[in-house]
Design a protein around this ligand. Structure first.
Ligand code: SF4
Length: 535
């Protein structure tokens, strides 16, 4: 939603190098409303409403809550034509609230519902297990080759009109197979196997290819993580063999809730992400859907695919630990959590410490009882500092101009056009550029009204100040404007935002914040406030 932190919407390039994201399986881009899935886009995070689609108010509230949490697509169940029709009203209400998150209709059993939903949503999910094939009766039916081919023809005859509607309305499609809903036809030939799951999907994809309809995302889900991972890997091989590059949606169905649900999703989705597979994910939890979003982002960060927070690499401690490890971790977190996008290692001793933290940008390592050594990458830059001074030294190494105002003012105010931290500039500038290429709707809207001295002063967007990227900055007036997306409501983020604002103010900047909704809903009011600050 918003890029106020250095990497909130940035994807790591698929370098495949140590410490960065795995080389991603090449896929083509599918457009879903105002976002892209696959291609060079970051792995998208999505969730699904738990409300009845006839409960317009309930759906709108839940969609907004998911979007505020950072969800990039929201799916709604669409049982019948009534629900599909109501999607139109829901979408209108959501757009009127200033939220442009794409909506996805989830259709089972009735292709006519998909035809209607395709007119009102940005994406429609259909399930090959029940799109045309009769609902599963668990009978061990026998099909001759001719009968089987005739059934396939039926699928093609029904699917093509639907694809034509999607083409007309610019609607994307998800071909979403669930292990639990394979048709009797597929079961009769392949049994309950990963091969059957994959073939169920491929039958539909071949029709899409023949029809030259490429705006398709694919998924195979199962509640059994082993089946899910094996089937998706097999699907990728099958698609590769036929030259298909459809992006993948990953998820573990019925994962549960709490720690168990999170772990199950992390195992299934994480295994595939590490393979380089996956272009959008949904972490399914039996909890309010907005709870799924932070888990999804943490999962993506653990897979080195999207960086949304500072990462701490800390050892578990053992008999060799040379300082109070848990307390030190908390102190370092408190002092550095605003430095989004960095990896900081905190290791109890020198024996294994430096080797095991090679991936980190900075390291804090026990050197002797009460003494700490500090590292920048693999290089030891300060040795044997008294433990009580070490956190301040670490902050100084991260960047003198970045040091947050822990215990007092920091270095002199930054010069007007040299506001970036030189040490982190290469990393930051990539994130800033990524943010400029992928502005939110609110950012685009505001930039149109700020650029070209429209308010008599020059503004820069995604401007680096210290170790932060400001959404907009007017340097002559030392004014910074931040646009807040939903995740700024999260308690941790609010602490981070406050620390960041505090530090920027210490550098002589005035920081003003607006929500995306304020900008989209009443930009004239927003501009009048900005003008006041420019006086
Ligand atoms: S880094 Fe040192 S203190 Fe930490 S677990 Fe390893 S040996 Fe123990």
């Amino acid at each position: 939603m918003n890029h106020s932190n250095i990497s909130s919407n940035a994807a790591l390039p698929p370098t495949g190098g140590a410490g960065s994201g795995a080389r991603r399986r090449p896929t083509h881009e599918v457009r879903v409303g105002n976002i892209g899935i696959g291609g060079q886009n970051p792995v998208r995070v999505q969730s699904m409403c738990t409300t009845s689609t006839m409960d317009t108010d309930g759906c709108v509230q839940q969609i907004l809550a998911i979007a505020r949490a950072g969800g990039e697509l929201v799916r709604l169940t669409t049982q019948g034509v009534r629900e599909a029709e109501n999607m139109r009203i829901i979408r209108e209400r959501v757009r009127a609230a200033g939220c442009d998150v794409p909506l996805v209709a989830d259709v089972h059993f009735n292709p006519a519902v998909a035809d209607v939903a395709a007119r009102y949503c940005e994406k429609v999910r259909i399930n090959p297990g029940n799109y045309v094939d009769a609902a599963r009766k668990f009978k061990n039916l026998e099909y001759t080759d001719e009968e089987y081919a005739a059934e396939l023809q039926k699928i093609e005859d029904r699917l093509i009109p639907f694809l034509n509607i999607c083409r007309e309305y610019g609607t994307a499609v998800r071909i979403g197979v669930n292990h639990g809903s394979l048709s009797d036809r597929i079961m009769s030939r392949y049994g309950d196997t990963p091969e059957g799951i994959v073939e169920s999907c491929m039958e539909f994809l071949r029709v899409c290819v023949r029809e030259n309809f490429n705006n398709v995302v694919v998924s195979i889900k199962a509640s059994n993580t082993v089946v899910m991972v094996e089937s998706v890997r097999l699907l990728c091989k099958a698609m590769d063999a036929e030259g298909m590059t459809f992006p993948l949606h990953l998820g573990v169905t019925e994962a549960g809730e709490g720690e168990d649900g999170r772990l199950k999703s992390a195992v299934g989705i994480g295994a595939l992400l590490i393979d380089g597979i996956g272009d959008t994910i949904r972490v399914s939890l039996s909890e309010p859907p907005e709870n799924e979003i932070p888990v999804a982002y943490s999962l993506l960060q653990a897979a080195r695919l999207r960086f949304t927070k500072t990462e701490y690499i800390s050892c578990p401690g053992c008999g060799r630990t040379l300082y109070d490890l848990p307390a030190t971790i908390q102190r370092i977190k408190a002092a550095t959590s605003h430095l989004t996008g960095l990896k900081i290692a905190i290791m109890g001793c020198i024996v294994n410490g430096p080797g095991e933290m090679a991936d980190a940008d900075y390291g804090y390592v026990g050197a002797a009882r009460g003494k700490v050594s500090l590292y920048r990458g693999k290089e030891c830059v300060e040795k044997n500092i008294p433990e009580e001074e070490a956190v301040q030294h670490l902050l100084a190494i991260i960047g003198p101009s970045l040091t947050p105002p822990v215990g007092g003012r920091t270095s002199s105010p930054l010069r007007e056009y040299q506001t970036a931290d030189s040490g982190n500039y290469p990393l930051l500038k990539d994130f800033a550029r990524e943010n400029r290429y992928h502005p939110t709707e609110a950012e685009s809207l505001l930039w149109e009204r700020l650029k070209g001295y429209a308010l008599k002063y020059p503004f820069r967007r995604q401007h680096i100040v210290g170790n932060f990227i400001a959404d907009f900055a007017c340097l002559p007036k030392r004014l910074i404007i931040e646009l807040d997306g939903g995740y700024h409501q999260l308690p941790d983020q609010q602490v981070s935002d406050a620390e960041r604002t505090n530090w920027l103010e210490q550098q002589g900047f005035k920081v003003i914040r607006f929500s995306n909704e304020e900008v989209i809903g009443d930009i004239e009011h927003v501009l009048s406030i900005i003008k006041e600050h420019l006086k």
